[in-house]
Design a protein around this ligand. Structure first.
Ligand code: 13P
Length: 265
């Protein structure tokens, strides 16, 4: 059965409890008893044309869960540790994410790879832990500007896929996000042709590794203005939105664009 498109917001290290409340109130128009179904039609109905996910900072997950429960909007972590527990000061386990009601966890975001020296092997171990906890891993890959201009983008991305996706991956517990590093937070969006080309390559690689039906997201300066075109690009099954997800109106408009589109894989 075809899966719904996935529209995921990554708040990174932004936001507060009050921001979560403002975001949720906008999504529900502040109406008592209103649900996400009203303003994000399709979120929780049987048509289920798009799945909506919010990944706030871990410290806001409890509050987010309270604000979003019963709405059909899901919430998830931005990272996790590969081990279930232990002496890892400042880290968060997948069991802790699960206890907060998360159903997804992002792993291998380029900001983790760059700022925390995470390798694809680390990412695979984290993804394995996500799977072991019964959550869905959103595994991020993407080349830098230098790698693209020197013609290495395809090799970098296929290498990251090969080494970041663990053998526990299935089409149900794994989503892959292609986020070219040069497009993140820069306002530079990959062209529809570039996205189609790279997503075609990713599809072939992921199908060989995991099988059919893994959703592939695009991320990098996604906004209302470019989301409809991106969401209609072949092999794009959703988007991972950074800056624009902080604004409820903007995120909602992107989600609505997805609901007007075709189903994912
Ligand atoms: P921006 O949408 O701010 O470019 O961020 C993309 C991203 O990194 C999402 O994970």
């Amino acid at each position: 059965m075809a899966k719904p498109k996935l529209i995921a917001g990554n708040w990174k290290m932004n936001g507060s409890k009050a921001d979560i409340d403002t975001w949720a109130a906008h999504i529900f128009a502040g109406e008592a008893g209103a649900t996400a179904k009203k303003l994000l039609p399709g979120v929780s109905d049987s048509e289920n044309k798009a799945e909506i996910l919010l990944c706030p900072p871990a410290i806001l997950l409890d509050h987010t869960g309270k604000a979003l429960k019963t709405t059909g909007v899901k919430w998830g972590g931005q990272d996790c540790h590969a081990e279930a527990s232990g002496a890892h000061t400042g880290d968060i386990s997948t069991g802790m994410l699960k206890e907060m009601g998360c159903t997804y966890a992002i792993v291998g975001h380029s900001e983790r790879r760059q700022n925390h020296g995470e390798t694809s092997e680390n990412v695979a171990n984290k993804a394995r832990a996500v799977h072991a906890a019964g959550l869905v891993a959103i595994i991020c890959v993407g080349e830098t500007d230098d790698e693209r201009t020197s013609g290495k983008a395809e090799d970098i991305v296929t290498g990251q896929l090969k080494n970041s996706i663990p053998d526990t991956a299935t089409p149900e517990n794994t989503v892959v996000a292609y986020e070219p590093v040069w497009a993140i937070g820069t306002g530079k969006v990959a062209s529809a042709e570039d996205i189609a080309q790279m997503h075609g390559i990713i599809r072939d690689s992921v199908t060989k590794q995991v099988g059919d039906g893994v959703r592939l997201l695009y991320g990098g300066s996604v906004k209302v203005a470019n989301a409809p075109e991106i969401l209609h690009t072949p092999n794009v099954d959703g988007v991972l939105v950074g800056g624009a997800s902080l604004k409820a109106e903007e995120f909602q408009a992107i989600a609505l664009a997805a609901q007007k589109g075709a189903k994912a894989v």
